[in-house]
Design a protein around this ligand. Sequence first.
Ligand SMILES: NC(=O)c1ccc[n+]([C@@H]2O[C@H](COP(=O)([O-])OP(=O)(O)OC[C@H]3O[C@@H](n4cnc5c(N)ncnc54)[C@H](OP(=O)(O)O)[C@@H]3O)[C@@H](O)[C@H]2O)c1
Length: 248
Amino acid sequence: MSSKRTVLITGANQGLGYELALKIGVNPAFHVILACRSETRGNEALEKLKAAGVQSASLLVVDITNPSSISAATEILTKDYPSGLDVLVNNAGVALGGTTLEDFQTVYSVNVFGAALMTEALTPLLKKSVEAGKADKKPAPQLLFLSSELGSLAKQSDPESTFYKTNYLAYNSSKAALNMLMVGYSKDLKESGVVVSGYDPGYVATALNGYSGPGEASKGIERLAELILEGDENTGKYYKWTGEELPW
Ligand SMILES: NC(=O)c1ccc[n+]([C@@H]2O[C@H](COP(=O)([O-])OP(=O)(O)OC[C@H]3O[C@@H](n4cnc5c(N)ncnc54)[C@H](OP(=O)(O)O)[C@@H]3O)[C@@H](O)[C@H]2O)c1
């Protein structure tokens, strides 16, 4: 398994995470780890992926809001992947329109704290793969975050921007906070050789938005899949699904 590039995707049992696992997993050079909070939903997704032609995939049960669950998952990964992880995709996310303390806490605990805790736990494994990758001539390890144009301060303050009126305070601010995490990690990890970037898949139909998005998840995730399949040397970028870069 060590000659394959290992890609861990949080929240991979449905939506964008699932579609990304499919696009990456059908390539025999990759092993995909579906990091899901529900063992049942994770196994169902694994079966579906295998039926769709994914040969090398496994399930890791982890709730990214629970530090003990993250510790247990990290222990398993450290044992099972001694040469490290090649790509971590912080994809799991939730959206709520409300503004109560509970709404803010729920959204931030997954979208911000969960992504940060997973990154803190798994960065040593990404760093480990830098050395292993050099020997195998693999592309640089990648730390990727599913963000959103809704988290762009520049876009949200531009009345001409498409989503100017989409003012979900908890969700939008959580993605702005996530963007700052990306900037911070890209600086912290620059010397280590781990490439960090954020990605906006566009407004696509998934459970997160009650399937209201006009786009398709498989299309929205296409460019991110290319960045993983081809490798990317540019750190600190905020990519949009269309290929252009977004302003912070
Ligand atoms: N859809 C869009 O239009 C859109 C636009 C911009 C950005 N995004 C971002 O894209 C990412 C994926 O969203 P999606 O649209 O694909 O939504 P989705 O279909 O609702 O999938 C979200 C995934 O996150 C998982 N998750 C939630 N809380 C978790 C936790 N505590 N621990 C582990 N996994 C957890 C969910 O697991 P369960 O199935 O168990 O609930 C699910 O697998 C999110 O970060 C979202 O903000 C989406």
